[in-house]
Write a protein that binds this ligand. Sequence first.
Ligand code: PMP
Length: 408
Amino acid sequence: PDLNAFERAEVFQEFTNYMEENGQMNFRFMTSINGCGPEMWVTSPFNKTPTKCISLVSNDYLNFTQHPKVKQAAIEGIEKYGTGAGASPLIGGHHDYHELLQRKISKFFHRSEDSALIFTTGYTANSATLLALLKKEDIAILDMAVHASVYEGCKETNVKMFLHNDLETLERILKDAHDKFLTRLVIIDGVYSQDGDLAKMEEILKLTKQYGGFLMVDDAHGIGVLGETGRGAIEIFNMLDKVDIISGTLSKAFGHVGGFIVADPKIINFLKFQSRQQVFSSTSTPAAAGLLKAIDLIDEEPQWRKMLMENVAYFKKGLTDLGLDIGNTESAIIPVKIGDAHKTGDAGRLLLKAGVYANTIVYPGVARKNARIRTSLMATHTRDHLDKALSAFEYIDQKLHISSTKRE
Ligand code: PMP
């Protein structure tokens, strides 16, 4: 508490040095001298030479970052417009590919053509939108497992959290907030990013509307992946026309970088002028033209979604057969729950040594005692990749006793 910002950074440097020297730094891996894909070259503090690993860390679920048609469209965007947008959207940085993209996103969600607004990242889409919309007279009611960007966006408003997917607490908060706040905005994820489980969306919408609130769903991990036509978790619940604000990312299934909001055109218009990010920050580069193709491919090439889901079913069964605890995942995010943070750190390092790169997630990423190895799958993982990854999990279970049957 007595240190200034620079002194705090110095202490933190000592901490990370200590972690690295003791072989406990699971986070500073340099990855990928070969782009995103099911295999990556990884260097780490305990292995300085690049080693080929099976990657279980990417959100590039359909591997569209490598799709020849997406790459071609991005190249054409750069050739036509150059490498940068030149300004923020409001003062000259909004070009025709941005406009086309917003219209395409609106259409993708079966809304009128002025229903979408793009941002430079999914993180900004959430934080900038909420900062612009919610004031002191309002309240954000959050499932406590929502993404960090939502918390960031709620810094200037009132906030109440309900336990993950817990309808009773939500109802209590909604009831209590009814006469106290002008806007009651309930915010949930479609797919939760650490457990891979889905929101109880139908019940949450029903309660929200019963108490006169609005519903915002961040479906970053669902859109492009889940639902009959890839419109996301919201499509599974048949709620595409019922959610007040949909937020999504262009950085996962669509294989690029960026985020978007889909809402009533009046809200979109308000955000264009009132969101500080739209006014004061430059917009995405002409390579975003690749997104115009990526979005089309969701309809034109559904085989990628099918391959991904077959991989998910295969891998989930493999992990469950090993006795590992994968929780309630219903998406391409599959956690292997271990609990103890130290054991999870060891598991991450042993996996890497066995040629499998997966994320070590400990507090504050998840609650204490809820540490896990987080895996995410891609359409382009082969059975051979998945079998090798499963063998690596079997090996670490023999070493560390992480399966539910062996855990003390
Ligand atoms: N929402 C959720 C649920 C996410 O998991 C993420 C990315 N981790 C984001 C938003 C932010 O997306 P982006 O990476 O495009 O900033």
